[in-house]
Design a protein around this ligand. Structure first.
Ligand code: G1P
Length: 909
């Protein structure tokens, strides 16, 4: 029995490139290769994974995680030697797989960087080495480039027969099982002088087939520019009777090519296999092969053949690397821990990846059909504001067009900015947290830019067949018509961004259950809480709405105070939600709230009047404050649980029987992290309660072996009156995993309330788990969660990356905006300083590149937090102290020259 080989990756330069030996001894590893043009590939150490443009346009066979090691579909390239040996550069051959860890086995290592992937494989006995590099070039829409360099590392001259072999899927992921064979009948395959092009005649969809316009191709050439000497374009002929993709007859029997250029085949599974002329390699000699795979309209595809040269490959690779480097250069940190700084760089890439991939399309993310959900869209904007600020104003503005007048929103989001698609499948579900996220992003936008005018921009509202927060269907609604809310005159109704935010928050405020917290409806942040749609309540998100209401009122007061504006126009119907403007209602009365909401919902269920009323900003502010404070007080006083073991925390939910979900139960203590995070972040928790919560989290949720605080305790039984997630095994995904998104938000909440040591402990535990490769088994970055065994799951596409970025920048380094001014309020730990007693962050503020360099001064304590002096080029810059933070007026920053890097040296006491 061979022993298990455990290796880890390590960073090999200051740019985040990493190296890993024996990557094939870890399962489930994959790396993203994506381009802004929309190509979405994934690649495993054995070159498996897939490549696609969208759900209906898969170039390679769709791959879920289990396929990464169990399936033979994937990129391959074979060498047949003059001694009759068969060797795959991907390792995907029956013989190489059987070699395991024996002396016969290949030696494999992997290197990857932004955003390229190279696997090196060497076989001592055969005297062969291959370096295979893949990337998706930044300049081309839907292509993946691959280069295979073969070296004779033996002692004798060898004659090698090379064959590239990539199975081509060329259709929708829906056809993996459904009509897989029938859809291959649509294939029209033809060979050219450089490759194979597949053009399916129709897009297969039983609801209505359409003529297909897209073609799929693979082209290849040898280093001297010569094309293949022949092809195996049909899967069946390549594999052969009784053969398989990891032992194909075309290779193992060294069969002559099935076709030359200019031939056609119809109605078969396509194979992108091409034979190159035999090559003689003396010891130490190398040769290379270039492959280009793409998805385009047919005419543009053949153009790709011109990239089959070493120069073109090298040029495209370096511009792709430069592109990602420049995107990532917008934010970087320098602490005493270089590994942490580089790991963080990978985290900052992740929100960009989610912009491209959405929440589908990497092997773990084998659900959904592309696009992002509403809350992900908004939260990713939090980091895009920092990493890709161009066009963010427009993007956020467009997103508001997805709000319905009943406070719910469109859930099907297209690829284009602000593209919301009517739900024609009638999936009626409202996630009660959705209304809260847009304010967080908008507030951050305003803080960074000072652009309060944004709140008063006009925007339309979304409309489809769902009415009354998805409790009703408008049978009159014409599914073919637009998705715009109309007035009774048939005009698109528009309101300010502020009005959209008010609609979202005020409808939520009134939409309470019997315990006077906001109803859970279809679920909240935890998508799995979907079985308490009647009586369930989310106290957790009630707190967040409360926080937002108070914050919105403060912003309106500031706008009023700065004389920018004193009143605004609101739709007649919306004004009714501001009950303090006339006939205040009793917020303790659930019935009174429901009544008011029902009246409003009825008044907006179909076309609306379109009339507007001028309302003073201060009156709106007062109304919002009253509601916000009521919520915070209510949660503080009614939802605090005293457990029997002397611990206390907040109840985060009510179940579908209207009972508190958390606390002591016969099957054990029930506690959720979400219930604590938003009570802390919102200020509902008093300082005393805060300390108690931390103690309880540490007692019930903290688990060092999985990287920190779990999402919930083990409820033992399956509460069927809360949600499907409790059907998941404990410790997995939304049932008690160490779910990074919520844990990072917990850290953020702790920082925001001054508990930075506790907050940092949470961040450090996550980082530590990510870096503990033997347990977490993942490349650099943050995963969605760590499972019951501490393994990192669903890497790359997770909202936790945005929040990690945010907490590092705005809390740990304390560099953030406040109504357009720069705030410097570090919460750096002693360990963040390098040997010179310095730590720095480079970012942009007011379109100026700034490096904030923190220096400890004599006498400063380990964790340095308070600012003593800020200088630039030796001269002090003006700032004022407010609540322990340094405020630098925006015009001080905008006076800096736009093109330079400006270092602000911050002396800490
Ligand atoms: C995912 C979803 C997110 C949801 C969360 C919990 O988290 O994307 O919308 O709130 O699960 O159900 P993520 O992968 O972003 O960390």
């Amino acid at each position: 029995m061979s022993e298990e080989i455990q290796t880890s990756w390590k960073f090999v330069d200051g740019d985040g490139r990493f190296l890993m030996r024996h990557p094939e001894h870890t399962s489930y590893l994959y790396f993203p290769l994506a381009s802004e043009g929309g190509m979405k590939s994934s690649i495993s150490p054995e070159l498996r994974g897939d490549a696609k443009v969208d759900q209906n346009t898969f170039l390679l066979v769709p791959a879920s995680v289990e396929d990464l090691h169990n399936s033979s579909f994937g990129r391959n390239f074979w060498v047949f030697t003059d001694k009759g040996a068969v060797w795959s550069v991907s390792g995907c051959s029956a013989l190489q797989r059987a070699a395991g860890n024996s002396a016969e086995a290949d030696e494999v290592s992997l290197q990857a960087g932004f955003l390229w992937h190279t696997v090196t494989r060497r076989n001592k006995r055969l005297g062969l080495k291959a370096d295979v590099t893949n990337f998706t070039p930044v300049g081309y829409k839907h292509t993946e480039f691959m280069r295979v360099v073969i070296t004779n590392v033996g002692e004798q001259t060898q004659t090698l027969t090379p064959t590239a072999a990539v199975p081509l899927f060329c259709r929708s992921a829906d056809s993996v099982r459904d009509h897989r064979h029938v859809t291959s009948l649509l294939h029209r395959i033809r060979t050219t002088s450089r490759g194979i092009i597949v053009h399916p005649t129709l897009s297969f969809d039983e609801r209505g087939h359409r003529r297909n316009r897209v073609s799929y191709a693979i082209f290849g050439a040898a280093a001297d520019g010569s094309g293949p000497i022949g092809y195996f374009p049909v899967m069946h002929d390549y594999v052969g009777e009784g053969g398989s993709l990891d032992w194909p007859r075309a290779i193992t029997a060294n069969l002559p090519p099935q076709a030359g250029p200019g031939e056609q085949f119809q109605g078969y599974e396509a194979m992108g296999a091409m034979r190159f002329a035999p090559i003689i390699l003396a010891p130490g000699e190398s040769t290379e092969y270039l492959l280009v795979m793409g998805v385009e309209e047919c005419a543009s595809l053949e153009r790709l053949e011109s990239y089959l040269t070493s120069e073109a490959f090298g040029k495209e690779l370096s511009s792709t690397q430069q592109y990602w480097e420049s995107r990532l250069s917008r934010l970087h940190i320098n602490t005493g821990n270089r590994d942490f700084d580089l790991w963080f760089k990978w985290v900052t890439l992740q929100p960009m990846l989610r912009r491209i991939y959405g929440c589908s399309f990497l092997p773990y993310h084998d659900y959904g059909r592309g696009g992002r959900g509403w809350r992900d869209l908004w939260q990713d904007c939090l980091s895009l504001l920092i990493m890709e600020p161009d066009g963010v104003r427009q993007l956020i503005h467009n997103n508001f067009a997805g709000v319905r007048l009943d406070g719910s929103n469109a859930t099907i989001i297209g690829d284009g900015p602000g593209e919301f698609i009517a739900d024609r499948n009638h999936i009626a579900r409202v996630w009660m947290d959705h209304g809260a996220w847009p304010w967080l992003t908008t507030k951050q936008y305003i803080d960074y830019t000072g652009d309060c005018g944004f709140l008063f921009e006009q925007q339309t509202y979304f409309r489809d067949s769902h009415t009354r927060r998805c409790r009703g269907i408008d049978t009159q609604w014409n599914p073919q018509s637009d998705t715009l809310q109309l007035t009774r005159d048939g005009e698109p109704y528009q309101g300010t961004v502020l009005e959209h935010l008010l609609v979202q928050h005020l409808t939520a405020f009134f939409n309470v259950g019997e315990n006077n917290n906001i109803l859970l409806e279809g679920a909240d942040w935890n998508d799995g809480l979907d079985m308490a749609t009647n009586r369930g309540e989310s106290v957790a998100f009630t707190s967040l709405y409360g926080h937002n209401l108070v914050e919105m009122s403060e912003v309106l007061e500031e706008i009023h105070g700065s004389q920018q504006m004193h009143s605004t126009m609101l739709g007649d119907e919306c004004v009714a939600l501001l009950d303090t403007l006339g006939g205040k209602i009793d917020y303790d009365s659930v019935d009174a709230k429901k009544e008011l909401l029902d009246r409003y919902i009825e008044s907006t269920a179909f076309a609306i009047g379109g009339g507007k009323r001028e309302v003073p900003l201060l009156a709106i502010a007062e109304d919002l404050r009253r509601k916000g404070l009521w919520i915070l007080e209510h949660v503080r006083n009614h939802e605090w649980i005293q457990g029997s073991e002397g611990y206390a925390w907040f109840n985060g939910y009510y179940d579908d029987d209207g009972k508190p979900f958390e606390g002591d139960t016969p099957s054990g203590v029930r506690m959720t992290l979400a219930g604590q995070v938003f009570a802390i972040m919102s200020g509902a928790a008093t300082s005393e309660q805060l300390g108690e919560i931390v103690r309880s989290v540490n007692r019930y949720l903290w688990d060092e072996s999985v990287g920190g605080c779990r999402l919930n305790t083990d409820f033992g039984d399956i509460p069927s009156n809360m949600g499907r997630c409790y059907g998941f095994a404990y410790g997995h995904k939304e049932n008690g995993a160490m779910f990074c998104h919520m844990a990072v938000m917990y850290a953020y909440a702790l920082f925001s309330r001054g508990l930075h040591c506790e907050g940092r402990r949470v961040l450090d535990a996550i980082y530590g788990q990510c870096m503990d490769f033997p347990t977490s088994r993942m490349y650099p970055g943050i995963p969605e969660y760590f499972d019951a065994r501490g393994r990192g799951m669903y890497p790359y596409l997770t909202g936790s990356a945005s929040w990690f970025l945010l907490v590092m920048l705005t809390q740990v380094f304390g560099v953030r905006g406040s109504m357009g001014d720069l705030v410097v309020a570090p919460r750096i730990s002693a360990k963040d300083f390098n040997e010179n007693g310095e730590a720095s962050i480079e970012t942009y503020f007011a379109e100026r590149r700034i490096r904030v360099r923190y220096c400890k001064t004599n006498g400063s304590s380990g964790d340095a937090c308070s600012v003593r002096r800020i200088t630039r080029s030796g001269s002090e810059i003006p700032w004022r102290e407010r609540s322990g933070a340094a405020y630098v007026p925006r015009d001080v920053i905008t006076a800096f020259a736009p093109q330079d890097v400006h270092e602000l040296c911050v002396e800490l006491a």
